[in-house]
Design a protein around this ligand. Sequence first.
Ligand code: UGA
Ligand code: MN
Length: 256
Amino acid sequence: PTIFVITPTYARLVQKAELTRLSQTFLHVPQLHWIVVEDSPQKTPLVTDLLMKSGLTYTHLHMLTAKDRKLKEGDPSWLKPRGVEQRNEGLRWLRQDREAQLGGDSQQGVVYFADDDNTYSLQLFEEMRSTQLVSVWPVGLVGGMKYERPVVEGGKVVRFHVGWRPSRPFPMDMAGFAVSLKLVLANPEACFDGEAPMGLLESSFLKGLVTMEELEPKADDCTKVLVWHTRTEKPKMKREDALQAQGLGSDPAVEV
Ligand code: UGA
Ligand code: MN
C-alpha cells in the first residue's frame, strides 16, 4: 500500500532546510505520496519549486490558519495547537480529491502525519506499511522524556509510558501513529480539533477511530525508537539585522 504522508509547513527561515531534509528522507521510501499543506494564503514559490525538483510523488495544498488560532510572537508554544487546519485539509484531499486525481479506486493506503521538523528513520515506514486500523510506536525526545511509548503486553497496548497526563485517551505525539486509509474513509467526520485543550489534539482525531485495545504495536512491540521529535533552533539574525540597517543586508534574491 501507498503511504500518504501529510506534512503541514509554514514560511520561516529554516523552512527550506527542513523540507530539503525531509524530502531527501522520503526519496528512500518506496510508494510514498507526500501531501504538503502550506499554512499560507497561497502556495508559495519556494515550496512549489522545491516539490517540483524533489523527485517525489506529491500533492501541494495550502490552508491558512485562522488568525485567532495562530500563535503570536512571544506566546508559549503550548498555547495553541499547530498544523491543525493543514492536516484537516490533507484529510479532505484524501477523502474528496484523491480518487479523481490519482485514478483508480484503491482504498489501500496508510496515512501518516509527519511534521516538517522531526527526524524519521526509513525503518519506520516499513513498520507502518502493514497498518490495518491504527498502528503505534515510540517517539524519541518528546514530552520532556527520552522517549514516550505505548506499553505492550501479550501483543496488545495496555497503557502508555509518558511523563505527562497518562490518563489522556491517547497520550501520544502526532509522530507516534499511522492510520489506514480505509479507516479514514470509513469515518468521514474524523479530523483534528483546533479547540482541543493542550495535549489532546492527537486524541481528538483518534478517539472516533479506535480503542486502545485495537492499536497495533510496531517497532518490536514498541521497544525501538524510529522517529525523534527534534526541533530546530531559530537562527539568530543579529548580524543580518545590523547590516541591513546600514543597507548591507544579504541579497533578498538569494533563496535560503
Ligand atoms: C508538537 C507535536 O509534535 C505536533 O504534532 C503538534 O501539532 C504540536 O505539538 C501542537 O501542539 O500543535 P511542535 O514541535 O511543538 O509539535 O510543533 P511544530 O513542529 O512547531 O508544528 C507542527 C507542524 O505544524 C509542523 O509541521 C509545522 O511546520 C506546522 N506549523 C507550525 C504550521 O503549519 N503553522 C504554524 O504556524 C506553526
Ligand atoms: Mn515539531
